[in-house]
Design a protein around this ligand. Structure first.
Ligand code: NAG
Ligand code: NAG
Ligand code: NAG
Ligand code: NAG
Ligand code: NAG
Length: 221
């Protein structure tokens, strides 16, 4: 009593001899690239490839070519704001630039999985528009709209540059004043020695001035 019997199961080690059970099957030696051999007279194209006579073929002159799933006759439909990309072995659908899947995944399989939605570039990349502009999201894109007094730089559509309002020919100031271009705005200031004509101009830009030759008031036209 109290004794305990401990049993050690004896391990019978089986030598795992790799017994080739497969009966050597004859194999066509001419199977072209992207195919595997079926038997002595036929080859099968790898998935995503097809021969002119089909997936399995018996003509040594046939070849396995990538199936373009994106082209007719059986073109995959990826749906709106998306495109089909044929790949070496298959295809995938991707959202067109400016759109992305709701899940954030990079690719999808077909129209029924299409959740391509507009990317709000203005939220995603703050400062995408540089100074003196505001970002406006659009379907599939965005624009940088210049603040008043600035215009888009023709060389960089994200950059707004100051408009020179005082450009000869478009000078907005009364000719009794001088126009001063400032960043984003301009000012009309009386000619040296001249004074504003009393009264309230509707805006400092509408200021009209008068001068004096000592005895007489001189007014610009
Ligand atoms: C198909 O065959 C070509 C030519 O041998 C090879 O370059 C390519 O990698 C193959 N593609 C696949 C998916 O096996
Ligand atoms: C080889 O496989 C093809 C396709 O499966 C079959 O039609 C043909 O009879 C087979 N030939 C031999 C010799 O087994
Ligand atoms: C789209 O893909 C899903 C999942 O892979 C599949 O179940 C469905 O049949 C496909 N629909 C079409 C129209 O190909
Ligand atoms: C000022 O202008 C008036 C009118 O044009 C003229 O009669 C007067 O001589 C001028 N005075 C001086 C000091 O130039
Ligand atoms: C102001 O401009 C008018 C034409 O718009 C011109 O007749 C006049 O001589 C100008 N006055 C001055 C002081 O330049």
């Amino acid at each position: 009593p109290g004794g305990r019997a401990v049993f050690f199961p004896s391990l019978s080690l089986l030598t795992m001899v790799s017994v080739a059970t497969s009966v050597p099957t004859a194999c066509a030696r001419w199977c072209p690239p992207n195919s595997s051999c079926v038997n002595s007279t036929a080859c099968r194209c790898l998935p995503g490839f097809s021969a002119s006579s089909g997936e399995v073929f018996t003509s040594p002159s046939d070849s396995c070519d990538d199936i373009n799933e994106c082209a007719p006759p059986a073109a995959v439909s990826c749906g709106k704001n998306a495109e089909c990309l044929n790949t070496d072995r298959g295809y995938h659908c991707i959202c067109t630039p400016g759109y992305e899947l709701a899940s954030g995944a990079p690719t999808f399989r077909n129209e029924s999985e299409n959740t391509c939605q507009d990317v709000d570039e203005c939220q995603q990349k703050l400062r995408i528009c540089k100074s003196h502009s505001i970002c406006i999201n659009t379907q599939g894109s965005y624009i940088c709209q210049c603040l008043p007094g600035f215009k888009l730089n023709p060389r960089d559509p994200k950059l707004c540059t100051d408009v020179n309002e005082c450009t000869p020919g478009s000078n907005p100031c009364h000719n009794s004043t001088h126009c001063f271009n400032l960043v984003g705005r301009y000012e009309c200031r009386c000619r040296p020695g001249w004074k504003p004509i009393p009264g309230d101009p509707s805006s400092p830009k509408d200021i009209v001035c008068e001068g004096s030759n000592g005895t007489h008031t001189i007014q610009a036209e």
